[in-house]
Design a protein around this ligand. Structure first.
Ligand code: SF4
Length: 325
């Protein structure tokens, strides 16, 4: 499979401004030196606790935030260097589905206009054809055509997410970043939305980056999974591999916390001590060392290299001094 996305040494730091003169008092290390590739048609899951930087990573990949450092290559172009005007025609190739569709859908507009807007912005088709497009999008996501005349608040959470999905696929994108797309929904609705996303992936040849704190959901939809901690990817492997043979102590702790009916049943429950350290002043050495149950002296001094520990052809990357020992 060909590579559709290549992220290299990506960093996104947010300045903390203080005082009357708004001087920079520090920086939040939201995404801190992240590199990976995504193959065309695959789903890369990104998991981690709230505040680990996964949403910022998704937004920085899509250039909703400009990176502090590093590059994002989409197909054969580096999009992280593009100016706004140059990026606009490219944007139709990569879209985002948000956790709360109510926030992302303009409540002042009808659903018909919300779905027509991408065609207007990109000057695609005349009015008559655009209305046909909107009807076809509604049909594609399982909504009635009369939804066009209604406003977002007239729909349930699951229906609103269907509208958000319809808007995200309007311009035939190649890649979609799904940011916690089912977290705000009832469990009974979650599976319907996940099935819709997987159907669309098959039918439209989509590539997904699927961000979630819910490890069970991520395993269900992903080909590969990346685990984030304090702005960095600490482990990345095929979905089955990472859930059954995790190498990094943080991944082991996350997986051990999945309810017992899952594959975590053979992994002893690991309770992590302390809270996630501040991303303003990450710890020295391995960022996980203050909470790691097997930390050694070297862990406080040196950040472990992110390298492949797979014993077969596949990749199983992690950054831990104790991996493989
Ligand atoms: Fe724990 Fe050390 Fe591995 Fe970090 S490098 S996860 S502190 S053993």
């Amino acid at each position: 499979m060909e590579t559709i996305l290549k992220v290299e040494n990506l960093k996104k730091f947010f300045p903390i401004k203080k005082g009357v003169f708004r001087t920079t008092a520090g920086r939040v290390h939201a995404v801190d030196d992240v590199s990976f590739t995504v193959k065309k048609g695959e789903t890369l899951g990104i998991v981690g606790e709230t505040g680990c930087g996964k949403t910022t990573l998704g937004r920085t990949i899509l250039q909703l935030y400009k990176p502090t450092h590093g590059t994002v290559r989409f197909e054969d172009r580096i999009i992280s260097d593009m100016k706004r005007r140059e990026l606009l025609p490219y944007r139709r190739n990569f879209q985002m589905i948000f956790q709360d569709p109510f926030e992302s859908l303009n409540s002042m507009h009808t659903v018909g206009y919300i779905l027509e807007e991408p065609f207007i912005i990109h000057k695609i088709d005349n009015k008559q054809q655009r209305i046909k497009n909107v009807k076809s999008l509604l049909d594609r996501v399982g909504l009635q055509k009369n939804a066009m005349e209604k406003y977002p608040h007239e729909f349930s959470g699951g229906q609103r997410q269907r509208i958000g999905i319809a808007r995200s696929i309007a311009l035939n994108p190649k890649m979609i970043v799904c940011d916690e797309p089912v977290s705000a929904l009832d469990v009974s609705i979650q599976s319907q939305i996940l099935n819709l996303l997987m159907d669309l992936q098959n039918d439209l040849d989509l590539t997904y980056i699927f961000i979630s704190h819910d490890l069970t959901v991520v395993r269900h939809v992903s080909d590969r999974v990346a685990v984030m901690y304090l702005g960095r990817i600490v482990e990345m492997a095929g979905a089955d591999e990472i859930y059954t043979k995790p190498l990094h102590p943080y991944t082991k702790a996350l997986i051990s916390a999945i309810p017992r009916h899952s594959t975590a049943s053979n992994i002893e429950r690991i309770i992590l001590k302390g809270n996630v350290p501040s991303p303003v002043n990450p710890p020295s050495g391995c960022y996980f060392h203050p909470r790691c149950p097997i930390a050694q002296e070297i862990c406080r001094e040196k950040y472990p290299e992110f390298k492949n520990y797979s014993l077969n052809q596949s990749e199983h990357m992690t950054s831990c001094h104790m991996a493989g020992k």
